[in-house]
Ligand binder design. Sequence first.
Ligand SMILES: N[C@@H](CCC(=O)N[C@@H](CS)C(=O)NCC(=O)O)C(=O)O
Length: 217
Amino acid sequence: MLQIYGHPFSSYTWKALIPLYANGTPFEFRSVDPGEGADNGEFVAAAHPAGKFPVLVDGDTTVVEATAIVEYLAVHHPGPAPLIPPDPAQAATARMIDRVFDNYVMNTATRVVLAYIVGNGTPDPTEVEDAKAGLRRSYHWLEDWLGANTLPPHVSLVTCAAAPALFYADWIEPIPDDHPRLKALRAELLALPSVSRCVEEARPFRHYFPPGAPDRD
Ligand SMILES: N[C@@H](CCC(=O)N[C@@H](CS)C(=O)NCC(=O)O)C(=O)O
Protein backbone atom coordinates (compact mmCIF):
# COMPACT_ATOMS: atom_id res chain seq x y z
CA MET A 1 0.00 0.00 0.00
CA LEU A 2 1.37 3.42 -0.97
CA GLN A 3 1.59 6.09 1.69
CA ILE A 4 1.38 9.84 1.16
CA TYR A 5 2.60 12.15 3.88
CA GLY A 6 1.15 15.62 3.61
CA HIS A 7 -1.64 17.93 4.66
CA PRO A 8 -5.11 18.30 3.13
CA PHE A 9 -4.71 22.11 2.90
CA SER A 10 -1.26 21.95 1.27
CA SER A 11 -1.09 22.84 -2.39
CA TYR A 12 1.82 20.53 -3.10
CA THR A 13 0.05 17.69 -1.30
CA TRP A 14 -2.87 18.21 -3.70
CA LYS A 15 -0.41 17.85 -6.54
CA ALA A 16 0.38 14.30 -5.35
CA LEU A 17 -3.22 13.45 -4.43
CA ILE A 18 -4.76 14.48 -7.77
CA PRO A 19 -3.05 11.69 -9.79
CA LEU A 20 -3.84 9.12 -7.12
CA TYR A 21 -7.52 10.11 -7.12
CA ALA A 22 -7.65 10.32 -10.93
CA ASN A 23 -6.30 6.80 -11.26
CA GLY A 24 -8.16 5.30 -8.30
CA THR A 25 -4.81 4.19 -6.87
CA PRO A 26 -5.17 2.86 -3.31
CA PHE A 27 -3.03 4.67 -0.75
CA GLU A 28 -2.92 5.57 2.90
CA PHE A 29 -2.88 9.29 3.80
CA ARG A 30 -0.61 10.24 6.68
CA SER A 31 -1.40 13.75 7.83
CA VAL A 32 1.30 16.03 9.19
CA ASP A 33 -1.34 18.24 10.84
CA PRO A 34 0.01 19.14 14.28
CA GLY A 35 -3.24 17.87 15.80
CA GLU A 36 -2.89 14.38 14.43
CA GLY A 37 0.51 13.65 12.95
CA ALA A 38 3.46 14.36 15.24
CA ASP A 39 5.20 11.15 14.13
CA ASN A 40 4.31 11.85 10.52
CA GLY A 41 5.88 15.31 10.79
CA GLU A 42 9.08 13.79 12.14
CA PHE A 43 9.12 11.32 9.28
CA VAL A 44 8.79 14.12 6.71
CA ALA A 45 11.47 16.20 8.44
CA ALA A 46 13.90 13.32 7.97
CA ALA A 47 12.72 12.18 4.54
CA HIS A 48 12.82 15.48 2.60
CA PRO A 49 16.02 17.55 2.33
CA ALA A 50 14.11 20.65 3.49
CA GLY A 51 11.48 18.85 5.57
CA LYS A 52 8.75 19.62 3.03
CA PHE A 53 5.75 17.58 2.01
CA PRO A 54 4.34 15.68 0.17
CA VAL A 55 6.46 12.57 0.57
CA LEU A 56 5.49 9.30 -1.11
CA VAL A 57 6.51 5.93 0.32
CA ASP A 58 6.18 2.82 -1.83
CA GLY A 59 7.63 -0.13 0.04
CA ASP A 60 11.36 0.54 0.32
CA THR A 61 11.20 3.55 -2.01
CA THR A 62 10.76 7.12 -0.78
CA VAL A 63 9.99 9.85 -3.32
CA VAL A 64 10.20 13.56 -2.51
CA GLU A 65 9.11 16.58 -4.58
CA ALA A 66 5.59 16.63 -5.97
CA THR A 67 6.66 16.62 -9.63
CA ALA A 68 8.85 13.57 -9.01
CA ILE A 69 5.93 11.88 -7.26
CA VAL A 70 3.69 12.41 -10.30
CA GLU A 71 6.46 11.08 -12.57
CA TYR A 72 6.96 8.08 -10.26
CA LEU A 73 3.25 7.29 -10.24
CA ALA A 74 3.16 7.51 -14.05
CA VAL A 75 5.92 4.88 -14.27
CA HIS A 76 5.13 2.55 -11.36
CA HIS A 77 1.38 2.91 -10.80
CA PRO A 78 -0.13 3.85 -14.17
CA GLY A 79 -3.85 4.09 -14.67
CA PRO A 80 -6.34 5.71 -17.02
CA ALA A 81 -5.06 9.25 -16.37
CA PRO A 82 -2.39 10.18 -18.96
CA LEU A 83 -0.10 11.77 -16.37
CA ILE A 84 2.85 12.19 -18.76
CA PRO A 85 1.98 12.62 -22.45
CA PRO A 86 3.29 9.61 -24.40
CA ASP A 87 4.73 11.84 -27.14
CA PRO A 88 8.21 12.98 -25.96
CA ALA A 89 7.81 16.47 -27.40
CA GLN A 90 4.46 16.93 -25.66
CA ALA A 91 5.95 15.49 -22.47
CA ALA A 92 8.74 18.09 -22.63
CA THR A 93 6.16 20.85 -22.99
CA ALA A 94 4.14 19.47 -20.08
CA ARG A 95 7.27 19.50 -17.92
CA MET A 96 7.97 23.11 -18.92
CA ILE A 97 4.47 24.24 -17.94
CA ASP A 98 4.73 22.27 -14.69
CA ARG A 99 7.82 24.33 -13.84
CA VAL A 100 6.00 27.56 -14.73
CA PHE A 101 3.09 26.78 -12.40
CA ASP A 102 5.34 25.71 -9.51
CA ASN A 103 7.99 28.39 -9.77
CA TYR A 104 6.04 31.44 -10.96
CA VAL A 105 2.48 30.86 -9.73
CA MET A 106 2.48 28.62 -6.64
CA ASN A 107 5.80 29.69 -5.17
CA THR A 108 5.07 33.35 -5.91
CA ALA A 109 1.68 33.11 -4.17
CA THR A 110 3.43 31.42 -1.25
CA ARG A 111 5.63 34.51 -0.81
CA VAL A 112 2.52 36.43 0.25
CA VAL A 113 1.48 33.69 2.68
CA LEU A 114 4.98 33.66 4.18
CA ALA A 115 4.95 37.46 4.48
CA TYR A 116 1.84 37.18 6.67
CA ILE A 117 3.46 34.46 8.79
CA VAL A 118 6.77 36.31 9.19
CA GLY A 119 4.94 39.57 9.97
CA ASN A 120 2.59 37.91 12.48
CA GLY A 121 -0.42 38.98 10.41
CA THR A 122 1.08 42.32 9.36
CA PRO A 123 3.04 41.56 6.19
CA ASP A 124 5.76 43.70 4.65
CA PRO A 125 3.72 45.63 2.02
CA THR A 126 6.67 45.80 -0.40
CA GLU A 127 7.06 42.03 -0.35
CA VAL A 128 3.31 41.52 -0.84
CA GLU A 129 3.10 43.97 -3.74
CA ASP A 130 6.23 42.55 -5.37
CA ALA A 131 4.85 39.00 -5.19
CA LYS A 132 1.44 40.11 -6.50
CA ALA A 133 3.16 41.86 -9.41
CA GLY A 134 4.97 38.58 -10.09
CA LEU A 135 1.63 36.75 -10.16
CA ARG A 136 0.15 39.29 -12.59
CA ARG A 137 3.17 38.82 -14.84
CA SER A 138 2.79 35.01 -14.71
CA TYR A 139 -0.95 35.27 -15.43
CA HIS A 140 -0.20 37.42 -18.47
CA TRP A 141 2.40 34.93 -19.76
CA LEU A 142 0.06 32.00 -19.24
CA GLU A 143 -2.86 33.79 -20.93
CA ASP A 144 -0.69 34.34 -24.00
CA TRP A 145 0.66 30.77 -23.90
CA LEU A 146 -2.83 29.31 -23.69
CA GLY A 147 -3.81 31.34 -26.73
CA ALA A 148 -1.07 29.76 -28.82
CA ASN A 149 -0.84 26.24 -27.38
CA THR A 150 -2.99 23.31 -26.27
CA LEU A 151 -2.65 21.73 -22.84
CA PRO A 152 -2.30 17.95 -22.63
CA PRO A 153 -5.54 16.13 -21.77
CA HIS A 154 -6.49 15.86 -18.08
CA VAL A 155 -5.35 14.47 -15.78
CA SER A 156 -1.74 15.23 -16.64
CA LEU A 157 1.29 16.57 -14.80
CA VAL A 158 0.08 20.01 -15.87
CA THR A 159 -3.33 19.40 -14.29
CA CYS A 160 -1.61 18.36 -11.05
CA ALA A 161 0.52 21.53 -10.96
CA ALA A 162 -1.98 24.01 -12.33
CA ALA A 163 -5.02 23.12 -10.21
CA PRO A 164 -3.62 23.88 -6.75
CA ALA A 165 -1.51 26.78 -8.05
CA LEU A 166 -4.44 28.57 -9.69
CA PHE A 167 -6.80 27.70 -6.84
CA TYR A 168 -4.66 29.40 -4.20
CA ALA A 169 -3.01 32.11 -6.33
CA ASP A 170 -6.45 33.44 -7.27
CA TRP A 171 -7.16 33.92 -3.56
CA ILE A 172 -4.03 36.09 -3.30
CA GLU A 173 -4.38 38.01 -6.57
CA PRO A 174 -7.58 37.32 -8.52
CA ILE A 175 -7.02 36.41 -12.16
CA PRO A 176 -8.15 39.53 -14.07
CA ASP A 177 -11.28 39.44 -16.23
CA ASP A 178 -9.20 40.25 -19.28
CA HIS A 179 -7.49 36.83 -18.90
CA PRO A 180 -10.46 34.69 -20.02
CA ARG A 181 -8.44 31.60 -20.97
CA LEU A 182 -6.73 31.41 -17.59
CA LYS A 183 -9.99 32.05 -15.72
CA ALA A 184 -11.67 29.32 -17.75
CA LEU A 185 -8.79 26.93 -17.07
CA ARG A 186 -9.13 27.47 -13.32
CA ALA A 187 -12.87 26.75 -13.47
CA GLU A 188 -12.29 23.68 -15.66
CA LEU A 189 -9.69 22.32 -13.24
CA LEU A 190 -11.87 22.84 -10.17
CA ALA A 191 -14.67 20.89 -11.87
CA LEU A 192 -12.51 17.77 -12.22
CA PRO A 193 -13.54 15.12 -9.64
CA SER A 194 -9.94 14.51 -8.54
CA VAL A 195 -9.47 18.24 -7.91
CA SER A 196 -12.86 18.98 -6.31
CA ARG A 197 -12.15 16.14 -3.88
CA CYS A 198 -9.00 17.96 -2.76
CA VAL A 199 -10.94 21.23 -2.44
CA GLU A 200 -13.53 19.56 -0.20
CA GLU A 201 -10.96 17.76 1.96
CA ALA A 202 -9.13 21.07 2.48
CA ARG A 203 -12.29 23.05 3.30
CA PRO A 204 -12.19 22.40 7.09
CA PHE A 205 -8.71 23.93 7.20
CA ARG A 206 -9.43 27.26 5.50
CA HIS A 207 -8.80 29.12 8.72
CA TYR A 208 -5.13 28.12 8.22
CA PHE A 209 -4.83 30.57 5.28
CA PRO A 210 -2.89 33.50 6.80
CA PRO A 211 -4.24 36.28 4.49
CA GLY A 212 -7.79 35.01 5.14
CA ALA A 213 -9.66 32.70 2.78
CA PRO A 214 -12.28 34.38 0.58
CA ASP A 215 -15.91 33.32 0.90
CA ARG A 216 -16.05 31.45 -2.41
CA ASP A 217 -14.88 28.27 -4.18
N1 LIG B 1 9.29 21.81 -4.06
C1 LIG B 1 8.44 21.09 -3.12
C2 LIG B 1 7.60 22.12 -2.36
C3 LIG B 1 6.83 21.47 -1.23
C4 LIG B 1 6.29 22.51 -0.27
O1 LIG B 1 6.63 23.70 -0.33
N2 LIG B 1 5.47 22.02 0.64
C5 LIG B 1 4.94 22.87 1.68
C6 LIG B 1 3.44 22.58 1.86
S1 LIG B 1 2.51 23.04 0.43
C7 LIG B 1 5.62 22.56 2.98
O2 LIG B 1 6.15 21.48 3.16
N3 LIG B 1 5.61 23.51 3.91
C8 LIG B 1 6.14 23.28 5.22
C9 LIG B 1 7.58 23.65 5.33
O3 LIG B 1 8.14 24.24 4.39
O4 LIG B 1 8.16 23.37 6.38
C10 LIG B 1 7.55 20.11 -3.89
O5 LIG B 1 7.36 20.31 -5.08
O6 LIG B 1 7.12 19.10 -3.31
